[in-house]
Design a protein around this ligand. Structure first.
Ligand code: SF4
Length: 700
């Protein structure tokens, strides 16, 4: 028995959210998979949520893409890969490196991500590789870099056990990161004095056991946390010793003191209660997620939160700190390998000549971009305008999941050459592909992922690859070899890729960067196979742990940065034609566009169809009865949804889940309604701030 196996069970990691729960997999000889929580995994200690525990119901081969296709006709790998490589090479030769792009996904394993990024940035010579993680946590990356100098999550999950106050802001943890929420509830059973505050325009499931709920006006988080910073200063709670390590303190406080708190829509009493609790509780963790990130001022929101923690020195010590939770299983790994258009590998910067040269030398790369590439929304605009002529999409479904999705679908349709790697050919995006490449799925592939608290865990194969499916790293490296870059992509296994990546991270460590796992660069194949969850950094003298308690940051002057940020309303303005604010998000038992979770009848029983939450007074004013069909219109599209009338939502707001798509509910494609408006710093779309009109649906 190896460490990777426990009594014939294979240790792996759940493929859904960024909690990164460990699972024990036990396949049988008929292709079924028994899935249990791994009691030894430090992210979940055996717990699983509804989605994780239903994983075994989602591995059937029904609808799987089992062979490559060219223009809808079954093909073989050689012909398909030759066509991909030839077309990308020809496009490069004719139109230059920025005429091609990769759009990848937080579903990719770190090793897949690493080779995709290496091919695009080091060999094709463009930074046009971006990821669907742009839609979920790009604002956190930008906010971290502004505050800390690097994209560093300061704390760990253990902080949730040790905190006396947990603040959830823009995070329905109970549904979107359920095992972390269960962890908090377990702590509160042992320590009932631990307080929980939820800041959310909706009264979500996370509020059910909260001590305090602040139903702030959608998008007003900066004002709320500026009010807190001003209160911290007023009460003399700035940590003077820690402030020696922080720049921008006075300016940030002066700006915060000028904030108009009425835009939060919260009463003075509620604000005072929250501020009193936060100020009086040193061990405070502020958890944030999509409600903060998916905003035209998402980066400012992140910095409004980090400002409060930096001012009080509540960072990097047990039970305190700002804590972003990632949406996807490997959003964090993608950030680390540089799978975003504005990053180089290992948290190095594309626009820094020294960093570029170091990576170029390490890779022996012939071509490196010196500027950032196109971020997701701009990438698909460029596809629509014809400047991107060859596009490779891996494990994501932008034709329905990007903002203004109908326009994105048209753009992909009009693109000269589209390659899609996926486990099914039945997504809206896959149907638009010139070449479809069948990929191995979760349960069949091997590699690593990183979760929200920097824990690197293995995903392991428990089932054989069906048909002629190949792992993504193999698809990418075989195309790279055919494009003439063979020597740099001659990998035989994910372990080889991981070792190279770990060695490269040592260069980042040499530049004083946080992301350094060079302690893993000499892992043998068997040690990689048996790798247990390991929190980075992992380098000489460093292992896991928290960042910044010592006051040492990764900025050029070594100081943490407080930023003067001010509240800005969402870009789309509520007006007579569109009097509602449309909020979008997840439900408990579905994942993204449901390509996997819809396979489980148990998961579909939670909510069987798409819906629109609206306030009882708004429903009454428009003559919308319980369970009636509602037509929702925005400047970008239209959807028909079942009314869910509830006072959990604020009057004037409506909420719709984003999971149902073209395949399973063509009239309910929510992202077709969302404005393609982005945060100017992070490029993250404002998926929670579009404007809408609603009325009873009348069949034609
Ligand atoms: Fe999977 Fe997230 Fe649920 Fe854990 S909390 S089982 S990682 S979906």
């Amino acid at each position: 028995m190896t460490q990777a196996k426990s009594a014939c069970q294979i240790r792996s990691t759940c493929p859904y959210c960024g909690v990164g729960c460990g699972v024990l997999l036990k396949p049988d000889d008929k292709g079924a998979l028994d899935v249990r929580g791994d009691a030894e995994h430090p992210a979940n200690f055996g717990r699983l949520c509804s989605k994780g525990s239903a994983l075994g119901e989602t591995v059937s081969l029904d609808g799987r893409l089992l062979a490559p296709q060219i223009q809808g006709q079954e093909s073989d790998w050689d012909r398909a890969l030759d066509l991909v490589a030839t077309t990308f090479s020809d496009t490069l030769a004719k139109h230059g490196p920025d005429s091609v792009a990769f759009y990848v996904s937080g579903q990719l394993l770190t090793e897949d991500y690493y080779v995709a990024n290496k091919l695009m940035k080091g060999f094709i010579g463009s930074a046009n590789i971006d990821t669907n993680s742009r839609l979920c946590m790009a604002s956190t990356v930008a906010g971290h870099k502004r505050a800390f100098g690097t994209d560093t999550v300061p704390g760990t999950y253990e902080d949730l056990d040790e905190a006396d106050l947990i603040v959830l802001t823009g995070s329905n943890l109970a549904w979107c990161h359920p095992v972390l929420y269960q962890r908090i509830l377990a702590t509160r059973k042992k320590r009932p004095e631990q307080k929980l505050v939820v800041i959310d325009p909706r009264r979500t499931a996370s509020c059910d056991l909260a001590d305090l709920h602040l139903p702030l006006a959608l998008g007003s988080d900066v004002a709320l946390f500026n009010g807190l910073l001003a209160e911290i200063a007023k009460r003399g709670l700035v940590d003077a010793a820690f402030a020696q390590n922080v720049s921008g303190l006075e300016e940030a406080i002066a700006t915060a003191e000028g904030e108009d708190l009425s835009v939060t829509g919260l009463s003075d009493d509620l604000l005072a209660e929250f501020y009193e609790l936060w100020c009086a509780t040193e061990k405070t963790v502020t958890i944030f997620s999509q409600g903060v990130n998916q905003s035209s001022s998402g980066t400012d929101k992140v910095n409004a939160i980090t400002n409060c923690h930096l001012a009080t020195g509540r960072i990097g010590r047990a039970g305190m700190g700002p804590f972003s939770v990632t949406g996807q299983p490997n959003a964090m790994g993608g950030r680390e390998v540089g799978g975003l258009a504005n990053m180089l590998a290992c948290h190095l910067d594309i626009e820094n000549a020294d960093h570029r040269d170091a990576v170029r030398t390490f890779w022996d790369a012939p071509a490196m971009p010196d500027q950032i590439g196109l971020k997701a929304v701009d990438m698909f605009k460029a596809v629509g305008e014809g400047t991107i002529k060859a596009l490779w999409i891996l494990h994501t479904n932008p034709a329905v999941s990007m903002p203004d999705a109908d326009r994105v679908r048209e753009a992909i349709k009009g693109c000269d050459f589209v390659v899609v790697s996926d486990i099914t050919g039945a997504t809206d995006t896959a149907r638009l592909a010139d070449v479809l490449l069948p990929a191995t799925a979760w349960g069949e592939k091997d590699g690593t992922v990183t979760n929200s608290d920097r824990l690197i865990s293995r995903q392991r194969a428990a089932l054989p690859a069906p048909g002629s499916c190949k792992p993504d790293w193999q698809q990418i490296t075989e195309v790279a070899r055919r494009m003439g870059f063979g020597a740099a992509f001659d990998y035989q296994s994910p372990a080889e890729i991981f070792r190279e990546y770990a060695a490269l991270s040592g260069i980042a460590g040499g530049f004083g960067k946080d992301f350094d796992i060079s302690g893993l660069k000499d892992l043998s194949d068997s040690a990689y196979a048996a790798l247990r969850p390991t929190r980075w950094p992992v380098s000489d003298g460093k292992q896991g742990g928290r960042f910044f308690a010592d006051g040492a940051f990764f900025t050029p002057d070594g100081k943490g940065r407080m930023l003067p940020v001010t509240w800005k309303p969402p870009v789309s303005k509520v007006e007579r034609r569109y009097p509602f604010r449309l909020n979008t998000g997840r439900i408990r038992d579905q994942w993204h566009t449901m390509t996997r979770t819809a396979r489980s009848p148990r998961l579909s029983a939670h909510y069987a169809e798409p819906f629109l939450e609206l306030h009882p007074e708004d429903a009454a004013e428009r003559g919308i009865g319980p369970t009636a069909l509602v037509e929702v219109t925005t400047p970008h599209g239209k959807a028909i949804l079942r009314a869910m009338i509830t006072d959990r939502i604020t009057k004037g707001d409506v909420f719709a889940p984003m999971h149902w798509t073209g395949e399973n509910a063509p009239a309910a494609r929510i992202d077709a309604l969302v404005a393609p408006v982005t945060d100017p710093i992070s490029g993250q779309p404002e998926s929670k701030g579009s404007v809408a009109q609603i009325k009873p649906f009348e069949a034609a």
